[in-house]
Design a binder for this molecule. Structure first.
Ligand SMILES: [Mn+2]
Length: 468
């Protein structure tokens, strides 16, 4: 198996505009085993125009035929058509097949190839990726939490325009959990990453971890969908999560990360020979907390299943779990049990120290914001949390009508949003809010949403398992 190389990518993109003949149409698939009653709708995702939501709105036959099952390209090089087909097939399958039928359209061998290709690219990236090959034709789209809401992700990609040589994307993490299509959403993003490794960036969210995926549904989703190969698929996903970079700098002036800023790690005493078992205490007093440097961020070990909440490797946990506050200062994030809380003064210090103008972070949806006095609600999919001398702090959330499964009748009805940054300085955010795709295809939750707490607070940290 081989993967797309940079030089081959542009040629592949231009050569893939024409569609090849389908291997199996959805109608064939219907006769091949899916219950007829379940396969009443034609494919409804027309990748050439705006998204179509369901068969009631669009009873016409499919305008594009799907290639099912998905086949890994014999030369190992993805094309634009391959990704378009992947998106359409996942959309169609979500409306017409049972979750357990996903391997019929996306075989485990294809999963293995895609994840291997993507992981090879991701593991080579630094903890903080620098996106600075931007030109006068470039734009950068920044995306917040997605949480398995496949149809809203597909809408977002159409609305913003697909990734291209000039349209960069930075996804700020939390691709999986809660929503019913975390796996499909993540795989689509991996495919774009493989196809455009230098313009698509996938950062890690706190939900790209063993602990969160075991509580909020992704593990069960994967095991349900891939049954006897489910454990294998889940393990491979966790391995891929470990490779995701933690943060990005867009242009020279915009820092993005899922949670936010991170602490300085005080120098630790070296263990002397002969005292191998001497315990070293890492527990900086809150009063000694200060903002870390990008050298420290890039030195942190990110390849952990769950970032630790104590010890010498706290920076990944800070970047993925921290929250802003309206109270000045830097303090342990007691609500979350991991990461930091930081005030407007820290935003200003961070921006000033690193000559930045903007922090774009995600991590808080409408449910989290309900419990955060002083900070804005997530009705529009974003909030401007701190406006300070050096710039701004923004929270960006891209899952509209979140969470997909909610125990109460009263829903937040929040919009999702993405941000577009453009030339010349790429530091002035243009916000695009969007409504949820309705109705969502019917699906069952993969976690007990009536019992699991609303936002990721009060974690059972003792149950977190860190990789060796
Ligand atoms: Mn989060």
């Amino acid at each position: 198996m081989s993967c797309n190389s940079d030089t081959e990518r542009a040629a592949a993109a231009s050569a893939s505009q024409s569609s090849s003949s389908p291997l199996l149409t959805p109608q064939d698939h219907q006769s091949a085993g899916a219950p007829a009653a379940e396969v009443a709708e034609p494919p409804v995702f027309d990748s050439s125009s705006s998204i179509v939501t369901n068969s009631e709105d669009n009873p016409s036959p499919p305008s594009t035929e799907l290639e099912i099952p998905i086949v890994w390209p014999p030369d190992g090089k993805l094309s634009l058509n391959w990704i378009r087909n992947l998106m359409s097939v996942f959309d169609w399958a979500s409306r017409n097949l049972e979750p357990t039928q996903l391997p019929d359209v996306f075989p485990v061998e294809v999963f293995d190839s895609l994840v291997l290709c993507a992981s090879k690219i991701l593991h080579k990236e630094p903890n903080c990726v620098a996106i600075d090959n931007l030109g006068s034709e470039s734009t950068v789209v920044v995306v917040g939490d997605l949480h398995g809401q496949l149809h809203d992700l597909l809408f977002l990609l159409h609305d913003a325009g697909f990734p291209s040589e000039n349209r960069f994307f930075v996804f700020n993490g939390d691709y999986v959990d809660r929503g019913a299509w975390g796996l499909e959403s993540f795989l689509i993003l991996l495919a774009w990453k493989v196809f455009f490794p230098r313009t698509v960036y996938l950062l890690r969210g706190n939900h790209e971890s063993k602990y969160c995926t075991s509580v909020y549904g992704f593990e069960k989703e994967v095991v349900t969908k891939y049954s006897d190969r489910g454990k294998h698929v889940y393990r491979k996903c966790l391995g891929c999560f470990e490779g995701l970079p933690l943060a990005s700098i867009i242009g020279k002036h915009v820092y993005t990360a899922h949670g936010g800023i991170f602490r300085h790690m005080p120098a630790t005493p070296k263990r002397s020979k002969g005292k191998k078992n001497r315990k070293i205490a890492f527990n900086p007093e809150p009063s000694s907390l200060s903002i870390g440097s990008f050298e420290e961020l890039n030195k942190a070990r990110r390849s952990v299943l769950d970032p630790p909440w104590e010890g010498s490797n706290l920076i990944p946990g800070d970047v993925l779990w921290s929250d802003p506050s309206m109270t000045p200062g830097l303090s342990p994030n007691k609500e979350r049990g991991i990461g930091l809380l930081w005030g407007p003064d820290c935003t200003d210090n961070f921006l000033k120290k690193f000559q930045l103008k903007l922090i774009i972070r995600s991590h808080e949806g409408p449910d989290a914001r309900e419990k955060r006095p002083g900070l804005g609600g997530m009705d529009e999919g974003y909030t401007i949390d701190h406006i300070v001398e050096s710039g701004k702090l923004i929270t960006l959330f891209s899952a509209p009508d979140y969470p997909q499964f909610q125990g109460t009748e009263e829903r937040y009805r929040n919009k999702g949003a993405y941000i577009v940054l453009g030339p010349p300085n790429f530091d002035t955010p243009v916000f695009h809010s969007f409504e949820a795709i309705t109705p969502r295809p019917k699906a069952n939750a993969f976690y007990n949403f009536e019992e699991v707490i609303d936002s990721d607070e009060e974690l059972d940290l003792a149950s977190m398992v860190t990789s060796p």
